[in-house]
Design a protein around this ligand. Structure first.
Ligand code: ZN
Length: 630
């Protein structure tokens, strides 16, 4: 009896491992498949397959042991004799059926830019069904209680794995489609031909929304933006279908869709022996949780090293233009540019209040010695004074000033006031460093990125106008926080005005946001009333732009082509954006003829991989609190 008990547990566990191993193996194939975007050099197929299978084998082991013991106990309690094979068979059929439904659903609903990948998806479903049929045969052998059963059941899966692997690699292993590289001579000629002496200041405000700006201008509360609109060009800036900031800001800086530039989310995975990171994986079947639980180090926030293509600051550097880039998403570790770069992890590593810049010196800024000069500007959330808080919050600003609903919930990780402090102090850090840098030198291209607008819009939208929200909001909270977002807009308007005082005469000023904002009456994350909207802000004023002009809606991917045009640099034909030609004055357009070249890519960035840092865990915490990752 005892012997039978352990034998059944062993067999049941074995079944769990085999079925989960198959799932892991197929998910590995799927990861390769989905990450086979147009410009991926996915050279390490074995790594994805190995680690994905390994993760599911571990899952299978755990599930198998508990499931079988549980089943056996039920058998004993029910007073039944004999093998639980029938139960195991039933369990596997239900389990497999559900998995097939999930796989098929994901295949149908998942859209992918490459049609041939969809065909490959169908291969995968067929392969999965075939593998399960093979699996049933294994199960049949296993529960037949024959002496040779176990040997067969060990050899058979191995044979099937190898055969399946060979089949897949023959029919469907993604062949990396390498991008079109530019011709070095052509690139050199192109960057030497630029004869515009434009200087640009790009003020990058995350999540800025025209609706709020226009109503505040009407009330006289955004005088700087009002003045720029009057003497410049405004347009709606259409975002990308996936409204995630790092991916959009990278598209803005490269003129390319995320499938090409490689920054696809806030975080990414990278298994130890894989050369590339990947972000797309089958959702809903526990893959993320498995990686997160078993191999948490493989889950990392995005870094500049996963960007596969040249950014505007790289191209301008090649063209011998000087650049200054401060705080832009996914710029850590800082690239070497012809000028200065202050990476997104400079302040508290964008999201990390507990690590000072000193503990993460590496890659913070370029050139590295610059850090000593600007570290004085770093401010942490706890540095925000009561006086500064009362710029945004009405009434008494001391002690307990949290929204009532949040305070009662005890959800420390989603502290709206903390989000305000973090956004504000990071913005102050980047902004004050920018003023210092602008005073020291005036690069041909300078940009500063401010995150706080996005954070306060997520957390305080409901207090601005509660009419769209089903749950009542207390009058006290409406009074305290109702003005927070408008005041935050007025605040960055004043920063913009301040920055403009530090610019050389004749500098073009551009204001851009990655997406707009609107109410979110049913938020997925509690206490967040605002959500991203498709249309953001574009505003350009200066000697090269038309005055008082309202241009057609453009796209975030048009920003880089438009900047290239302003510097009289040719468009890269591999860029997905276009030049916003109608925003320029006619005499300027007549004076330049940048044309186009095939590509600015030299291939130096294609083998992209994540750079780990000691702040990874803290950054992931913050991304979760903003609802950006699970
Ligand atoms: Zn954003």
């Amino acid at each position: 009896m005892k012997k039978g008990f352990f034998r059944d547990i062993f067999r049941g566990t074995y079944l769990g491992v085999i079925s989960c191993a198959w799932l892991g193996y197929l998910i590995g194939l799927r990861i390769l498949n989905w990450n086979h975007s147009l410009w991926s050099d996915f050279s390490n197929v074995a790594g994805a397959l190995f680690f994905s299978t390994l993760l599911y084998v571990i899952l299978g082991l755990v599930v198998g042991v508990f499931f079988t013991i549980g089943l056996r106990i039920i058998f004993i309690l029910a007073g039944k004799k004999g093998s639980p094979g029938g139960f195991i068979r039933t369990w596997l059929i239900v389990y497999s059926g559900l998995t097939i439904i999930v796989f098929t659903y994901l295949t149908i609903t998942r859209t992918h830019p490459d049609a041939h990948v969809l065909i490959y998806d169908v291969h995968l479903v067929v392969l999965y069904i075939l593998s399960l049929l093979a699996g049933y045969w294994v199960i049949g052998v296993l529960i037949s209680r024959s002496e040779t059963g176990l040997v067969k059941a060990t050899v058979l899966p191995i044979v099937v794995f190898i055969a399946g692997g060979l089949l897949v690699s023959y029919f469907g292993t993604p062949k990396p489609q390498l991008p079109l590289l530019g011709n070095i001579d052509e690139i050199c000629d192109a960057v030497e031909s630029a004869n515009s002496d434009a200087k640009v200041f790009l003020f990058a405000v995350d999540g800025a929304e025209w609706g709020i700006i226009d109503s505040l201008i009407a009330e006289g509360k955004m005088p700087v933006m009002a003045e720029l609109i009057e003497r410049g060009v405004r347009a709606d800036l259409k975002s990308l279908p996936t409204l995630k900031s790092p991916l959009i800001w990278t598209s803005m800086a490269t003129g390319k869709v995320p499938e090409k530039h490689g920054i696809l989310d806030f975080g990414s995975f990278q298994f130890p022996i894989m050369k590339n990171s990947f972000i797309n994986y089958p959702d809903g079947i526990g893959f993320y949780r498995l990686v997160y639980t078993i191999m948490p180090k493989c889950d990392m926030p995005v870094t500049s090293t996963t960007r596969k293509v040249e950014a505007i600051w790289d191209i301008l550097s090649m063209a011998d233009k000087t650049v200054g880039v401060v705080g832009w998403w996914a710029t850590w570790p800082a690239d070497s540019v012809n000028g200065i770069m202050v990476s997104d992890r400079f302040t508290y590593t964008l999201f990390n209040p507990r690590a000072s810049a000193n503990t993460l010196r590496k890659g913070q800024v370029y050139p590295p010695d610059l850090l000593d000069d600007i570290i004085q500007f770093v401010r942490l959330p706890q540095d925000m004074t009561q006086e500064e808080l009362s710029r945004f919050i009405k009434g008494e600003v001391s002690g307990d000033i949290f929204p009532t609903e949040w305070d009662a919930s005890g959800r420390e990780e989603w502290n709206p006031l903390y989000q305000l402090k973090m956004g504000y102090t990071s913005g102050e850090s980047f902004f004050n460093a920018s003023l210092y840098l602008l005073d020291a030198q005036q690069p041909d291209f300078f940009t500063v990125y401010l995150e706080g607008n996005d954070m306060v819009s997520h957390y305080f939208w409901q207090y601005m106008d509660s009419s769209e929200y089903p749950d009542p909001i207390s009058a006290e909270d409406m009074e305290r926080f109702g003005e927070l977002i408008p005041r935050y807009y007025s605040y960055w308007d004043s920063l913009l005005g301040e920055a403009m005082k530090h610019l050389e005469e004749g500098t073009d000023v551009i204001v851009a946001s990655d997406h707009g904002f609107g109410p979110d009456p049913k938020p997925k994350i509690p206490f967040r009333g605002g959500e991203h909207q498709l249309f953001g802000v574009f505003l350009a004023a200066g000697p090269h732009f038309k005055q008082g002009y309202s241009a057609e809606a453009a796209s975030v991917i048009d920003l880089t082509p438009t900047l290239l045009y302003l510097y009289d640099l040719p468009l890269g034909e591999d860029m997905d954006g276009k030049v916003m030609k109608d925003i320029f004055k006619e005499d300027f357009s007549a004076s330049v003829s940048p044309g186009a070249i095939a590509s600015y890519e030299t291939g130096r960035r294609f083998r992209s991989s994540l750079t780990p840092s000691s702040a990874d865990e803290l950054i992931k915490d913050q991304l979760r609190s903003l609802g950006y990752t699970k």
